[in-house]
Design a protein around this ligand. Structure first.
Ligand SMILES: Cc1cc2nc3c(=O)[nH]c(=O)nc-3n(C[C@H](O)[C@H](O)[C@H](O)COP(=O)(O)OP(=O)(O)OC[C@H]3O[C@@H](n4cnc5c(N)ncnc54)[C@H](O)[C@@H]3O)c2cc1C
Length: 605
């Protein structure tokens, strides 16, 4: 890979674009900006090139986070409403970023999610389902499941929601667990659950979805393999510098002129170097570090910046506010005690050595079989009116009627409060709509400790802020502010009731379901709340929102063209720009946003 600069001395002094962060979005944008040969691009990435089996292995979907060298990991601040627990804040740190460690699940939100983003700007915005669909198509190369799998598991798909040209692949395993057929049928026994024509159709319901796996080799398909390998090295206008940490954006007046950076393991600014950007500095450092870089550069809430002795370039209170992620370890956990059709995923998870050896042998011989399954490929993404037909209207009404300042940190700027109010109005609608998924049950193919529940649209909002005593070298201060909006608990209590219903009022009841947690004796709201506080993890690694694309008077950080307010020549293109969560996990949307961002940036070049 000749263009990974071996020595920082090989760096040119100036590029058209300097991209901060060579992760999911950064490498997508870099590929698109360099493809016509007209612009020079430098990607600065804190991690390095990594290609070990921990990165590439598909089997079970979690190898990426078994090697600590692949990701950063620090603690959140203690969460008072989670019994004072801290949470591990994790994200990918390598060429490819979080796409190199994620759980492979390729999922799209609902139409309403993307339409909502544009509506914050008014009816003419092209941030909408229709505005993003071409970019979902551009971002993903879809490979349908085999005919056998389709027929046996009744898998529906519709290629009109997908593309076929990207080098980022979405494919299905060659094999699946028999129990998943039963699980999908069981969820269909719940009144109101639909089966859309495709996981990417933008509707709620139960469906099968692909994994980010290149089916020709059955290895992880991620930003580095799809947007960098063999591309960067063949384009003389494309440079990459790895193992370098960007400290801040440099300004001449209000114009971003470049960045300063140090070796990733540096502990002081002593050896800092600079590089210039003629056209734009593009931030793609991910939801947890993008606000740190902006704040450390003088763009953020002015009181915080002053406290940290940082010169205020723009007082932009939204930077690091509006932090959202999707809680899990909620609902309820059951064993299907009389399920006896094998294999199921427990044969892998609970160490059936014979089965594991057979699966590995099959994979080694043919690259087929159980080891082609990552985290899972099926589940249900359900609206609140299905989860709680009797209470959803009340919950939505109470949420909408809240004073928006009540559950945000004391002293929150009025523009951020106004943004939360706007979200609240839009999200209250989502809580009442059949078209927005709030509850997710993802199936893992296990009969023991069956599946996982994810809360797709929490109402609490956290913060990601620089440490004022060490803004550049200390990890950002991450506060999920889990459960601070009490509506979240109301919804989560409904999740527990509903999950019990899924096990006891559907065909699951034929397999003698036994509740492991919270346990059948945990019944009252107070009891369920106590259990949730001890269990809930506020992040399943889908952080968004800390550099939100919203109008400035709604606490926005970037406008619809992804330009940072109040300065010139600075944009953000990563998951932090999502103003609120899609009703899905985030990688598919991150790639689509990055594809759209590249077109926006090229149009103003
Ligand atoms: C463990 C895990 C599991 C996940 N599972 C799934 C899943 O199954 N399905 C799904 O849809 N989504 C999943 N996600 C989420 C998804 O991968 C992310 O939403 C997406 O990859 C985010 O892309 P990004 O471009 O915003 O950030 P990233 O891809 O994280 O890129 C940011 C890059 O910036 C670099 N960087 C940070 N600070 C600096 C600095 N100061 N200087 C230079 N470089 C810097 C980082 O090292 C990183 O490479 C998961 C994420 C994780 C972490």
């Amino acid at each position: 890979y000749p263009n990974i600069l071996q020595r920082t001395e090989d760096l040119k002094t100036e590029y058209d674009y300097v991209i901060v962060g060579g992760g999911t979005s950064g490498l997508t944008v870099a590929d698109r900006l360099t493809e016509n040969g007209r612009y020079s691009v430098l990607v600065l990435e804190r991690g390095i090139f990594r290609n070990s089996t921990f990165v590439t292995t598909v089997n079970r979907g979690f190898f990426g986070i078994l090697d600590p060298a692949n990701f950063f990991n620090f603690s959140s601040v203690p969460q008072p409403l989670l019994n004072g627990r801290t949470v591990s804040v994790i994200g990918g740190q390598m060429l490819g970023g979080s796409s190199g460690v994620n759980g492979f699940q390729v999922l799209r939100g609902q139409k309403e999610d993307y339409d909502r983003w544009g509506q914050y700007f008014g009816p003419k915005s092209d941030w909408s389902w229709n505005g993003l669909l071409p970019y979902f198509n551009k971002a993903w190369n879809f490979h349908p499941p085999s005919r056998d799998l389709q027929q046996h598991f009744n898998i529906k798909y519709d290629t009109k929601f997908w593309g076929s040209t990207s080098k980022i692949h979405a494919s299905f395993p060659t094999f699946s667990w028999p129990i998943l057929k039963t699980q999908m049928e069981a969820i269909g026994d719940i009144p109101g659950v639909k089966f859309p024509s495709d996981s990417g159709s933008g509707e709620t319901g139960a469906y099968w979805h692909p994994s980010s796996v290149d089916p020709s080799v059955v290895l992880r398909s991620f930003a580095r393999t799809g947007h960098w390998d063999g591309i960067e090295s063949s384009r003389s206008n494309y440079h990459t510098l790895t193992g370098q940490k960007v400290l801040k954006v440099l300004f001449q007046g209000k114009k971003a002129t470049g960045v300063s950076f140090v070796a990733a393991d540096a502990t002081s600014q002593a050896g800092a170097r600079t590089v210039k950007a003629k056209k734009e500095v593009i931030i793609a450092a991910g939801t947890l570090h993008t606000p740190q870089i902006l704040q450390a550069s003088g763009i953020g809430p002015k009181d915080l910046l002053r406290q940290a002795n940082i010169n205020v370039v723009v007082d932009l209170p939204g930077v690091g506010a509006n932090f959202q992620d999707q809680p899990f370890n909620i609902g309820a956990f059951f064993n299907l005690t009389t399920w006896n059709i094998h294999p199921d995923a427990d044969d892998l998870w609970l160490n059936n050595e014979t089965f594991i050896a057979e699966a590995q042998a099959e994979f080694d011989a043919n690259r087929t079989g159980p080891n082609t399954i990552a985290s899972g490929n099926s589940g249900a993404w359900l609206p609140l009116n299905v989860v709680s037909p009797t209470k959803f209207r009340d919950i939505a009404a109470r949420y909408e009627a809240q004073n928006p300042a009540s559950y945000l940190p004391a002293g929150t700027d009025k523009t951020v409060i106004a943004g939360y109010q706007a979200q609240k109005k839009a999200k209250a609608k989502a809580l009442k709509s059949s078209g927005s998924a709030i509850y997710n049950f993802f199936f893992t193919g296990r009969a023991q400790r069956n599946g996982a529940i994810v809360f797709l649209h929490p109402t609490s909002r956290g913060t990601v802020l620089i440490n004022p005593s060490d803004p550049y070298f200390s990890a950002p201060i991450v506060d999920y502010r889990a459960l601070t909006n009490p509506i979240d608990l109301e919804i989560l209590i409904e999740f527990t009731h509903f999950t019990r219903k899924v096990f006891t009022e559907t065909r699951f009841k034929h397999y003698n379901p036994v509740e492991l947690e919270p346990g059948a004796d945990v019944k009252t709201p107070a009891q369920i709340t106590a259990w949730l506080k001890g269990m809930l993890i506020p992040s399943c690694f889908h952080p968004i929102g800390t550099a939100a694309m919203l109008p400035r008077n709604l606490g926005g950080v970037v406008n619809e063209k992804l330009l940072v307010y109040g300065v010139i020549g600075l944009s953000v293109v990563d998951a932090s720009i999502m103003p609120d969560l899609p009703g899905s996990y985030t990688q598919q949307t991150t790639y689509a946003v990055a594809e759209k961002a590249a077109d926006i940036i090229k149009a103003r070049a």
